[in-house]
Design a protein around this ligand. Sequence first.
Ligand code: IPE
Ligand code: MG
Length: 225
Amino acid sequence: MDGNGRWAAARGLPRGVGHRAGAQTVRRIVEACCELGVRALTLYAFSWENRERPAEEIHELMGLLDEFIRREAPSMHENHVRLRAIGRVELLPQEVTAHLRRVIQETSGYDRLTLTLALSYGGRQELVDAMRRVARLVREGRLQPEEIDEALIRRHLYAPDLPDPDLLIRTSGEQRISNFLLWQLSYTELYVTPKLWPDFSREDLLEAFVDYERRERRFGRLVCQ
Ligand code: IPE
Ligand code: MG
């Protein structure tokens, strides 16, 4: 969800206003995904590296996150949206995580759309955390190094049951992965749009889906899966 800052700067407004506009986009896009039958949406809301931003901006982002969770919880229930979070979530301010955990718990039985927020998330950090857990099993004698395979590593990721994404949409024209879902994106289709996140609309989402439909996904093989 990139481009909030540039959206605000283009209007001579503080970055926080851009983040607030970006939060409105989240609402629109979650709603559209529900209607369009998307089963899983993962939003890169706050990266591991974003933690290096000025304290004031982080404070604003955390406030918006808290507001979003409080405001959207009723519609998550209404639309049977299951909320989840991936990342080193325990490092977020406690007042934010308390609500987050509550809504995650309350919505855990729903399965129309799984909405996963990547928070304090980094793909490399996810792999580090997975490796630490695997190493502990080896140390305890519960796992042999030869038993480590793709399936085992996947089981130690933050959300092992989430399917690998079919499509990654990156807004604001940047052609980078920026430490997002490094393991899971191996065969994901990439879509870059110049639209800044606050301007990204339901129509833009549909355009991305139409583009995706035209792709031939062969996963390294010769025939489509
Ligand atoms: C992305 O917008 C929002 C978050 C990091 C949460 P940016 O803040 O990265 O916006 P730009 O890149 O400065 O335009
Ligand atoms: Mg950015």
